[in-house]
Design a protein around this ligand. Structure first.
Ligand SMILES: Nc1nc2c(ncn2[C@@H]2O[C@H](COP(=O)(O)OP(=O)(O)O)[C@@H](O)[C@H]2O)c(=O)[nH]1
Ligand SMILES: [Mg+2]
Length: 445
C-alpha cells in the first residue's frame, strides 16, 4: 500500500482539496493496482467514512464523486445529502472545476459498488464508467467528454480538514534525552519476583498486523540499527506458524533486556485456522516452549514436543499484547472480535494484564507519515484508538500506537520513542501482574 501513489497532479490535488474544505486525502484504492472490480474496491474502501472517487478516462478527463457516508455491502440505498459529482473539466483548464450538486438533497447512492446513480464507476467489474445524467444533471461532454473508458480509478479517504488537534491528548517528550531515559528505565527494570528475570510478553493478533515487525523494531531500537531477525511480510495464511520467543541484547551490553517477546501464530477468523483459545491458554500458562510448531487442527497436548509439563512463574505469560493494524479497526470481522473477546476472558481469568498495540499509524494517517510526533494530535488516530477500546472492552489507557520499522534503513529518534513508550507500558502492566498476583514471600526487596 505504501508504494501505491496518487495519479493526481499538484493542481488537481489542490483543486480537489479546496472542493473538500481543505481536507487531507489518504489514498485507499487504486484500480490499476488492486483491480477494476467491486470486490477489490470494497475490500479497501468499506467503512472508511467520507471518501472521494477520482476517475481518469482515456480522453484525459478527471472526474468523480464524493460521499460523506461509509461504503458497505448491504445492497441498500444510502441517502447522502452531502454527496456530489465533479469534473476538472480539464479540456478547459482555465475554468473552475465543475461541481454538480444534486437537486434532491435526499439523493441515495446504491452501495453495492461505487454507484452514484448518474455515474457508476467500475461498471460490471470493468474499467468503464456508466453515465446517465438523471438524479444528477450534467452535460456529459463537460463531465467526461463522452469517453467512458477508464485508464485509472482511485478512492481517497477524506479526512477532517482540522487534521490535527490543537494540542496532543497524551504528552510525549520527543527529545533524545527522553529516548535515553526510556532505554535506561527499561534496561534497569527488574521483575519484583526473585524467580523471574524477564517479563514474558505475548504478541497476538491477525496475520499481517505487524507482530514480527514489532519485535524487529524493538530489537532495532536496542541494537541502534535496523535489524531484521523475525520473518515479516504478508502471506495468505499465517507466516509465523511456530511459537517463537525472542531475546534482545543491546549492542553495548552483555546481558539481555529484562523482557522477552513471544510471537505466536496469527489470529484468523475462521474455525480451525489460526491460533485458537486452547493453544492461547496453554501459552499463557507457560506450557508452550520456543519453536513449538502449531497445528491449527489439534491443540498442543501434554505429550507434544515442546510441551512444558511443570511450568514455573518465569514460563508463564506476564502481559498479553493484542496487535492490530490501526487502519483495519473498522474492518475487523465479527468472528475476529469474538475471538479477541474469548481471549480476553481467558487472560482476565488468569489475572494477566493486557494491552492493545495499534500498528501502522503512518499508513493510516498521512500527517503521521509526515511526522510521527503528530500521532497524539491526529483526529483519525484518536478516533480509532477510542473505537478499539470500546470494541474490545479495554480502557483507552491500555491502547498504545506505534510505527514499526518496515522499510527504513536507519532508526530515528521519534519512532524509537513511540516504540519505547509501548515497551514501558508493557513492563508497567507486567509489574502489575507480579504485584497483584504473587505471593509476597517470593518477592525480592
Ligand atoms: N506502513 C507500515 N507497515 C508496517 C508496519 N508494521 C508492519 N508493516 C508491514 O506490514 C506487513 C506485515 O507485517 P508482519 O510483521 O509480517 O505481520 P505479522 O503477521 O503480524 O507478523 C509487513 O509487510 C510490514 O512491512 C508499520 O508500522 N507501518
Ligand atoms: Mg509474523
Amino acid at each position: 500500500m505504501s508504494t501505491v501513489t496518487s495519479s493526481l497532479n499538484k493542481w488537481q490535488k489542490n483543486k480537489l482539496c479546496s472542493l473538500l474544505n481543505h481536507a487531507n486525502l489518504c489514498l485507499l484504492f487504486k484500480a490499476s493496482v488492486h483491480g477494476f472490480t467491486a470486490a477489490a474496491f470494497h475490500q479497501k474502501c468499506n467503512m472508511q467514512g467520507p471518501t472521494v472517487i477520482v476517475a481518469y478516462n482515456k480522453a484525459g478527463y478527471v472526474f468523480g464523486a464524493f460521499t460523506s457516508k461509509d461504503f458497505r455491502q448491504t445492497n441498500q440505498n444510502t441517502a447522502d445529502d452531502k454527496a456530489f459529482l465533479f469534473s476538472f473539466n480539464d479540456k478547459e483548464m482555465k475554468e473552475d472545476p465543475l461541481r454538480v450538486v444534486s437537486g434532491n438533497p435526499q439523493y441515495a447512492f446504491t452501495d453495492n459498488g461505487p454507484n452514484f446513480g448518474s455515474l457508476v464507476f467500475l461498471h460490471n467489474n470493468t474499467a468503464t464508467v456508466h453515465s446517465n445524467p438523471g438524479t444528477y444533471q450534467f452535460v456529459p461532454q463537460k463531465m467526461h467528454g463522452n469517453n467512458l473508458q477508464l485508464a485509472e480509478c482511485e478512492v481517497y479517504r477524506v479526512e477532517d480538514s482540522r487534521g490535527l488537534m490543537e494540542k496532543p491528548w497524551r504528552n510525549v517528550q520527543w527529545n533524545s534525552e527522553k529516548r535515553q531515559a526510556h532505554l535506561s528505565t527499561i534496561s534497569s527494570w527488574k521483575p519484583s519476583v526473585n524467580s523471574v528475570k524477564q517479563a514474558r510478553i505475548l504478541l497476538v493478533g491477525p496475520v499481517g498486523a505487524g507482530k514480527s515487525s514489532f519485535f524487529n523494531s524493538i530489537n532495532s531500537v536496542f541494537k541502534g540499527y535496523v535489524s531484521i531477525q523475525a520473518n515479516t511480510g504478508i502471506a495468505g495464511t499465517s507466516l509465523t506458524t511456530q511459537f517463537r520467543t525472542y531475546y534482545i541484547k543491546p549492542s553495548n551490553s552483555v546481558t539481555h533486556v529484562p523482557f522477552t517477546l513471544c510471537d505466536s501464530m496469527g489470529l484468523e477468523d475462521g474455525e480451525n485456522s489460526g491460533l485458537d483459545v486452547e493453544d492461547f491458554t496453554s501459552i499463557l500458562k507457560g506450557h508452550v516452549q520456543d519453536k513449538y510448531q502449531f497445528n491449527p487442527l489439534v491443540p498442543i497436548q501434554p505429550g507434544s514436543p515442546h510441551f512444558n509439563k511443570s511450568p514455573g512463574l518465569k514460563d508463564k505469560i506476564h502481559c498479553v499484547v493484542y496487535v492490530i493494524d490501526i487502519s483495519r479497526v473498522k474492518l475487523l470481522p465479527d468472528k475476529m472480535i469474538e475471538k479477541f473477546v474469548a481471549f480476553r476472558k481467558k487472560a482476565n481469568h488468569l489475572s494477566i494484564p493486557q494491552l492493545v498495540l495499534l500498528t501502522k499509524v503512518d499508513e493510516a494517517c498521512p500527517l503521521v507519515a509526515e511526522d510521527v510526533k503528530n500521532v497524539y494530535q491526529s483526529h483519525y488516530i484518536n478516533t480509532m484508538m477510542q473505537e478499539i477500546s470500546t470494541k474490545l472492552g479495554v480502557s483507552l489507557s491500555a491502547v498504545v500506537p506505534v510505527k514499526n520499522y518496515y522499510q527504513e534503513l536507519e532508526i530515528d529518534s521519534q519512532t524509537d520513542i513511540l516504540l519505547l513508550n509501548a515497551v514501558v507500558q508493557m513492563l508497567r502492566a507486567a509489574e502489575g501482574y507480579f504485584d497483584d498476583f504473587y505471593n509476597p514471600e517470593e518477592k525480592s526487596e
